[in-house]
Design a protein around this ligand. Sequence first.
Ligand SMILES: [Zn+2]
Length: 490
Amino acid sequence: MQGMPWFRWDATRAGVLLAVVGLGATASVGAQTMSYRLHYAKAGEAFIHVSLVPSTPLPAPRVLVVPRAIPMGYGEAPYDESIEELHAFDSSGAPLSVSRDDGPRWRLGNEGEAVARVEYQVNLARMERAILAASDASRVRRDYLSLLGYSVCAYIDGLDTAAIRLEVEGPPGWPVLTTLAPADTSAAPRRASAGDYYALADSQVVMGPGMHVRRIESAVPLTVVVYAEAEADVDSVAELAGVALRRAAAYFGTVPFSHYTVIQEFLKPVSPAHRYGFSMEHLDSSTFYLSADTAVSSGSSPADRRRTLYNYAHHISHAWIPKRAYGEGYYPFTWELTPVVDSIWFSEGFVQYAAIEAVAAGEADPAEYRRLMLATRFAEPLATMPEFLRQMPLVQLSRVASTRYSEDFRTGRSSFARGGLMAAALDDRIRERTAGARSLRDVFRHLMAWSAEHRRAFRIEELPVLVESATSVDTRDVFEHWLGPMPARR
Ligand SMILES: [Zn+2]
């Protein structure tokens, strides 16, 4: 039922308003700009070179930090262990002292010196072996390389709000794409800029003749990159990503980014211990990792198509929530130590409910789609969840899931399932009290506007107030009910 006209840019039909809103004010630190250069010199090499040059040399000593925490990763990855050959230089090119501090930190130079350049390499083969979650690792293949910004870009402590310039270069002839400026994939050095370190760290770079690139006019220009270590239906993947973005944009009403990139990898497992299937959302992109044996079927049968469409819609919806409307702990982000977050049930549960509603609107039977998704994603997993997890108040559960969401997926699943059912209960209440004139969609739209205006995290106790100002419906008791322990099983 979804022929090509569905994918044409049609703002009126989708009811989409374009409103480009940046993330935070990103006040630069003085006029300081940090220039990053990522260079993958030769196909077959296991590492990339990174150089970091401040626009003005920085009085030493300075501290270089390599992230261990991942925004929305709810866990830690030891990226510092893949750093090799770390050197610092002054403006004459003379080497400065480099010493390891506690944590993922290096001390650069001494009193009276100035840091003009930092260089290091990142061993991607070691990183992929050490990090078992495929979604958290960068990787290199004979004809392909993919980099997660936070896994390879370090920053100078205290300068994470400085503006960023990025240059990326691959082996001669390799196409190169950065999600900061995805329209161009020619082989020449790619250049892009970012408002601050967060925007750089949450971007990705892919390159190599092994990647397939598709461009689709969706709610905004969409670039889809597929790398597959098996036969894969690249056009189906791209088509479904386009539908997902269009439906999410229609649900939220405004699009707070000017382009979007989906990167889908189908990978042969590196070892039996490595985990595939998790995806990761970013500011203007999302990254999806499946094992190669699912590549052929992805998007082909009706069940696969349904699963893939929902998965894209879910992760794309995160570009709205919590990337641009968030509870405390999401932004500003603590890169060295994963933050403890009170509102995962909102960021993961409410957003999945939004994705269900967004996808449902384009399905033949929206009510049936919603019923099926609420049952399979939320209600059924909770019915069999251990009692001690059901009895945890929701904020406490969220704090526990903050550091082990996917490692012990019971904590992640319980958080989003309870949040998803809370969102459904709120939506039912709002529709009932307004005779269908308002819904939770109005709350999401109000929250997006509120966040763009206030540029800060909301506090949990502000949520019922936001619901009421968007819909005039009092939902305090619904929040209270769902934030408490679940009823004991009989
Ligand atoms: Zn999610």
